[in-house]
Design a protein around this ligand. Structure first.
Ligand code: NAI
Ligand code: MG
Length: 502
């Protein structure tokens, strides 16, 4: 790739890492090419240029990686490690990510298109915090004791307790929108619990996971505890989800693939956690300041170029404020500067791929053909790179495709409403239930609305706030299970009940 225009902005480590001709798979502590010898290109979405070649894992590599993870789980150094040692390793990894945060942010920016500054301030900062938070759980895994009665053995006495045990080998399959952060959401609790992992990053953004693989080696994790397979969904992802030696799958991505994985999991009774798509409503009540609501709603949809599973993609504004708020958002959208991830003036970057750009532009056209008014934006941004204009569509019927389906780009649909009951019904009337935000200063209205919303997270006067301690996941077709918080640790543990006749 021609990095000449930005080379002076990059750390030496970034330059060296990107200059590698071919990046390999991490299996059992060794970097190796794919068994087939196949590679694929990863592309800079801001320039459409190939960055470098990546090993393309297939079924044979999947089998080797799963067996390495199995061996590391069933015997050897990992199960012998005390919780405090797992905690120390995770803390060491967090320190290393922190020390390399600038390089990781730059690599993420080149690979994904997002701003390097935001990648550092958001993706990398959250990754570091999350590893630290999860490190703490490694030493706080607790079972319980219970006084039992055993009704059919009244004379017998028992001592009973429960043990929480690591579920085993975890297949972690992650998407391209927050590549390193979502990988950390899987690795953190899995490693804290004592599991071993085969991580498959998205084919669009494999680079930061590979850099993390180097840091995992430096931190001192034993070989086979974390294996990394780059490759696509069909050749690498699908065989991983079907492998009989995998005990748990943790997936973030589309609802469509989530369902395929759910079906595959049940065949082997593999445990699974799915964090899937969304169509999150932003609900503006007429008591709030229109400028504040407009700025909040714009941020809810345009952050990360709309490629956020909980993006606020449906805006509902109470009637008397509708025109005011929507025209404000239109002004914000029209005034946004688009540019590559190292352009300090840019407020939004390119979408991740040609495919995603085409998909998003296709939706804008569908919206237009189904009668939507284009208040701002409306298509591809001129020039090279997969840039799409920040777009606001108004006057769209609630049942139209752009209101019902996940677009996963910088496209907002705006609808007016009359009453709280009406907006609650509309907010819930999609297959999804990941997030929602409410904008109001009227406490009693807010408290009445929160329980009506069927979503895994409800934000009030903010959107997309996240913290390692707060569980994140979906109701309905937005998924099963939770990432982050104690809830995510539990998903990597089995419960064993022990009865001792005394
Ligand atoms: P995807 O769901 O196909 O990809 C996510 C991950 O799953 C990638 O690592 C991919 O290689 C893997 N994968 C794909 N097919 C697989 C299979 N059959 N078995 C196992 N793994 C498989 O998502 P894609 O195609 O990149 O994006 C399509 C749409 O999905 C987006 O437009 C967006 O609507 C949604 N999406 C939602 C995300 C979220 O954060 N919830 C993240 C990425 C995409
Ligand atoms: Mg796909």
């Amino acid at each position: 790739m021609d990095l000449s225009n930005i080379r002076h902005l990059l750390t030496q480590q970034t330059t060296d890492f990107l200059a590698k001709r071919e990046h390999q798979l991490l299996i059992d502590g060794q970097w190796r090419p794919a068994a087939s010898g196949k590679t694929f290109a990863t592309v800079n979405p801001a320039t459409e240029e190939v960055i470098t070649q990546i090993a393309a894992a297939g079924p044979e590599d999947v089998d080797l990686a799963v067996k390495a993870a199995r061996k590391a789980f069933d015997g050897g150094a990992w199960p012998a490690m005390k919780p405090a040692e797992r905690q120390r390793l995770l803390l060491k990894l967090a320190d290393l990510v922190e020390a390399h945060a600038q390089t990781l942010a730059e690599i993420e920016s080149v690979d994904n298109g997002k701003s390097a500054g935001i990648a550092r301030a958001v993706d990398m900062a959250l990754t570091v915090d999350f590893f630290r938070y999860m490190a703490g759980w490694a030493t706080k895994i607790e079972g319980s004791t219970t006084a039992v009665s055993v009704p059919f053995a009244p004379q017998a006495q028992f001592a009973t307790y429960t043990l929480r045990e690591a579920v085993g080998v975890v297949a972690a399959i992650v998407p391209w929108n927050f590549p390193l952060l979502v990988a950390a959401w899987k690795l953190g609790p899995a490693l804290a619990a004592g599991c071993t992992v085969v991580l498959k990053p998205a084919e669009q953004t494999p680079l930061t996971a590979l850099y993390l693989g180097e840091l995992i080696g430096q931190a001192g994790f034993p070989p086979g505890v974390v294996n990394i397979l780059t490759g696509d969904g069909l050749e690498a992802g699908a065989p991983l989800t079907k492998h009989p030696l995998v005990d748990k799958i943790s997936f973030t991505g589309s609802t469509e693939v989530g369902k395929i994985i759910g079906h595959a999991s049940v065949d082997n009774m593999t445990r699974f956690t799915l964090e899937l798509g969304g169509k999150s409503p932003v609900i503006v009540l007429d008591d709030c300041d229109p400028a504040t609501a407009a700025a909040g709603a714009a941020n809810a949809i345009f952050f990360n170029h709309g490629q956020v599973c909980c993006a606020g993609s449906r805006l509902y504004v109470q009637k008397k404020m509708f025109d005011n708020v929507v025209s404000e958002i239109g002004k914000i959208a029209s005034g946004m500067t688009l540019g590559h991830g190292f352009d300090a003036a840019a407020q939004m970057g390119p979408l991740v791929s040609q495919e995603q750009m085409d998909r998003v532009c296709g939706y804008i056209d569908i919206g237009r053909s189904q009668g939507a008014e284009v208040v701002a934006g409306g298509g591809r941004h001129s020039g090279k790179g997969y840039f799409v204009q920040p777009t606001v569509l108004a006057n769209v019927d609630h049942n139209k495709r752009v209101v019902q389906e996940e677009i996963f780009g910088p496209v907002l649909t705006a609808m007016p409403y009359d009453s709280i009951d009406e907006v609650a019904a509309w907010a819930n009337d999609t297959p999804y239930g990941l997030g929602a935000s409410i904008w109001s200063n009227n406490l009693s209205k807010v408290h009445r609305l929160v329980p009506k919303i069927k979503a895994g997270t409800v934000w009030v006067n903010c959107h997309s706030a996240l913290d390692p301690a707060m569980p994140f996941g979906g109701y309905k077709q937005s998924g099963i299970g939770r990432d982050m918080g104690r809830a995510s640790l539990d998903a990597y543990l089995e419960t064993k009940s022990v009865f001792i006749a005394i």
